[in-house]
Design a protein around this ligand. Structure first.
Ligand code: ATP
Ligand code: MG
Length: 276
């Protein structure tokens, strides 16, 4: 395949305490993808994200970023390609003003302050956060902190954005708002991997779903294939989508359980009504 962004080749990782969190994972991320990474608590999602962004080094195997071994890249080289938004924004936010928080990454890239300012303003606009630049980030709401964390990564303009459970603790409306931000980012050429427990978001927005279980990749494919596989989902400790379960119950009316998107269900529903 042409110029993959990230290649994870037979990677394993064991934490100092002895837990083997990632066990022989191989996967490739192509430019333009929107991957949803699913799996139960402790299945290794965050660890995989950290390996892909260079925050952890594999014990076995290797991670290539645009064909180069991640361990041979400088921090800025890495950061301009892969951006990782932490699971808990509290772990990422440290500056005393909103401006300094978002400016931190671009400054580290060695950009002139004028460009840094432009990037801060642009990133705040992208995440739709209308707060004074001197606001104290720790006093913002959970949802706002999430958006600050995303903005501070987006400001480095990475080609590949990894978000670790970005919709946890925010309401449905805000989740959809975030999805719109991500879709726009993707339209502009960006690639995304979103770690989530929300199968609905995976079904509606991702083009590929990867499922981990005990550090092993047990599924990797398009949502319409992976998310209708009840056996696989059960094995991974995940509950099938409500629309899929409902469509399955309505088989007598011509539905099939291969429905994962709400609009597909609605269209089918209208179709059935029309034929009655
Ligand atoms: N810093 C650490 N030290 C030791 N073990 C860890 C550490 N971080 C994670 N682990 C262990 O590694 C395994 C994978 O953890 P990881 O955080 O990658 O899972 P996860 O899929 O992101 O889970 P969650 O959905 O809860 O965020 C778990 O068994 C976890 O307890
Ligand atoms: Mg995690």
């Amino acid at each position: 395949m042409a110029n993959p962004l990230v290649e994870v080749i037979n990677v394993s990782y064991t934490y100092p305490g002895g837990i083997k969190a990632i066990n022989g994972i191989t996967m490739t991320v192509e430019q333009g993808e929107f991957i949803a990474l699913l799996g139960q608590n402790g299945s290794g999602k965050t660890t995989l994200a950290k390996l892909m962004s260079g925050l952890l080094k594999p014990d076995e195997g290797m991670v290539l970023i645009k064909g180069k071994d991640i361990k041979d890249l400088t921090v800025s080289e890495r950061a301009s390609i892969v951006g990782y938004v932490f699971q808990n924004p509290e772990h990422q936010i440290f500056a005393s003003t909103l401006y300094d928080e978002i400016a931190f990454g671009p400054r580290n890239l060695g950009l002139p302050e004028e460009e840094v300012k432009r990037r801060v303003e642009e990133a705040l606009k992208i995440v739709d956060l209308d707060k004074p630049l001197n606001a104290f980030p720790h006093l913002l709401s959970v949802g706002e902190k999430h958006r600050v964390a995303i903005a501070s990564v987006i400001a480095m303009k990475p080609e590949f954005l990894i978000l670790d459970e970005p919709t946890t603790g925010i309401d449905f409306k805000r989740s959809l708002q975030l999805m719109r931000i991500l879709l726009k980012y993707r339209e502009n050429g960006g690639s995304i991997m979103m770690i989530t427990h929300d199968l609905y978001l995976a079904a509606e927005f991702a083009n590929r779903v990867i499922i981990l279980k005990d550090g092993i990749k047990i599924a990797d494919g398009p949502p319409e294939k992976v998310l209708v596989n009840e056996e696989l989902l059960t094995e991974a400790g995940l509950t099938p989508l409500h629309v899929t379960l409902l469509a399955d119950k309505l088989r007598d009316y011509g539905f099939s359980k291969n429905i994962i998107k709400t609009m597909d269900f609605v269209e089918k529903f209208i179709d059935v009504l029309r034929r009655k």
